[in-house]
Design a binder for this molecule. Structure first.
Ligand SMILES: *[C@@H]1O[C@H](CO)[C@@H](O)[C@H](O)[C@H]1NC(C)=O
Ligand SMILES: *[C@@H]1O[C@H](CO)[C@@H](O)[C@H](O)[C@H]1NC(C)=O
Ligand SMILES: *[C@@H]1O[C@H](CO)[C@@H](O)[C@H](O)[C@H]1NC(C)=O
Length: 412
């Protein structure tokens, strides 16, 4: 325990010795998908989100019940405009009406900071949909400008990693050639409006399709030799970082190396079909547990060592009505009854265990909001563990920052 703490702190000192001035500890984002018929009422989801230390939530719609439930919680929201509405947003009146109803109505009590226009649109090869993407983004942005909200709410879209033609080695990352024409104006839009480029990245898919070639430890952030990108000479000890840097390379190849890249989805399923190798509870626990640690450590990728990872874990709940293979319904950190799907193993003290769960359930099957300071519930244990980890780093951060700052001032 002490050793590990020392390790984290030592790595922190190394990571900020380059005169970087981070202002807060890394913050965790979570995707709140609702393709299910058994999820708790949004009011009961607030404590679950807080229990994993998440300060940012991403929705796939703008569910009024969720946006109301999270009013005055300080939690930041990305709301989504579904692919089926893209064509309508070419009409400025409809775009403005959408923003008024789904965003403006909840501000400022609910901290909506971003709108994703469509999800993985370019992956479908649907020309109609693709042609509507950029105009819809513009339409919503113009509506925000007209309502005076463009400074507080940004507009983006979430892409799948399949928009890359080359993702390995990371330095060779490039976009699919047939997509360059439609991606370029979108990148230009990001640069002009200061909005992030969003990518959904799943090392699980890479492993599942090539389990013999890919080391499980490399995809699960476990200790391993890693790989060296022979062109950049960067060493990668996990696949997610390699995927993120492949996106950085692809953006740089089109002249957009400065665009911030956020990971709008990543996760690991705790269950899968017989042919879905790697989809196990143990692996999900390792992937997501290690991922949360990395976020708290405020690690950056080899190409962007001083930039926070902005990651939204997929997902909050197992969603029983998602189509596709079994894995699709088993990405949740929580079961629909609000108990953890598995221990995240964050604390290193054994305090985090699904076995400690004594969550009381109401008649609707939803978890009752736990009282503060009561650590008898599984999800509060997770919370305490995450906080402890982040606090260790946070407490150290400020004195070090001050020192760094003073050194900087004296030197220049
Ligand atoms: C879309 O087109 C690309 C490039 O032609 C192809 O590689 C990909 O498999 C296609 N995707 C789908 C979902 O059809
Ligand atoms: C959980 O607790 C039960 C009884 O309290 C015990 O039988 C079981 O082995 C425990 N499981 C784990 C994973 O610790
Ligand atoms: C926490 O809640 C449980 C169940 O509601 C209760 O039995 C226990 O006494 C509480 N512990 C504290 C420290 O409040």
């Amino acid at each position: 325990m002490e050793d590990r703490r020392f390790y984290y702190c030592a790595s922190l000192i190394l990571s900020i010795s380059g005169l970087v001035f981070p202002v807060m500890v890394g913050s965790i984002g979570i995707n709140y998908g609702q393709i299910a018929n058994n999820l708790p009422a949004p009011d009961n989801v607030v404590p679950l989100v807080k229990s994993i230390g998440a300060t940012k939530v991403k929705l796939y719609d703008a569910d009024p019940r969720v946006l109301k439930a999270f009013a005055n919680t300080g939690v930041e929201f990305i709301v989504g405009l579904g692919n089926e509405y893209l064509s309508k947003m070419r009409d400025p009146e409809k775009a403005q009406a959408w923003v008024k109803t789904n965003v403006q109505a909840y501000l400022p009590a609910t901290k909506i900071t971003c709108i994703t226009i469509g999800n993985e649109v370019l992956t479908f090869n649907d020309t109609g949909l693709t042609d509507n993407l950029f105009p819809a983004m513009q339409g919503i942005h113009t509506a925000l400008v007209n309502l005076g909200l463009d400074k507080q709410v940004s507009v983006t879209t979430a892409h799948s990693l399949a928009i890359l033609e080359v993702s390995y080695p990371p330095s060779a990352g490039s976009f699919r050639k047939d997509l360059v024409g439609c991606i370029t104006p979108i990148l230009n839009f990001h640069a002009k409006t200061n909005s992030p480029f969003l990518i959904n990245a799943y090392p699980f898919f890479a492993y599942k399709s090539n389990p013999k070639q890919i080391s499980l430890d490399f995809v699960l952030f476990q200790p391993n030799q890693g790989i060296v990108d022979s062109k950049s000479n960067f060493h990668y000890d996990n696949m997610l970082f390699a995927q993120i840097d492949a996106v950085h390379s692809a953006l740089a190849s089109l002249g957009y190396s400065k665009l911030p890249v956020h990971i709008s989805e990543t996760g690991w399923p705790s269950k899968g079909d017989a042919d879905e190798l790697g989809a196990t509870l143990e692996n999900a626990k390792k992937y997501n547990g290690n991922l949360l640690k990395i976020i708290c450590q405020r690690k950056g990728t080899p190409m962007r060592p001083n930039t926070d990872l902005n990651i939204y874990v997929f997902a909050l709940f197992n969603e029983n009505m998602k189509p596709g293979p079994t894995s699709e319904r088993n990405y949740g950190l929580f079961k629909p009854d609000g108990t953890p799907a598995y221990s995240l193993g964050i604390s290193g003290t054994g305090a985090v265990s699904a076995n400690t769960t004594t969550t009381t359930t109401t008649t609707t099957g939803a978890p009752a909001p736990p009282s503060p300071d009561n650590s008898s519930t599984g999800y509060l244990s997770i919370s305490a563990a995450v906080k402890e980890r982040c606090c260790c780093i946070g407490q150290l951060l400020f004195p070090l920052l001050l020192l760094n700052y003073l050194t900087f001032r004296l030197a220049f």
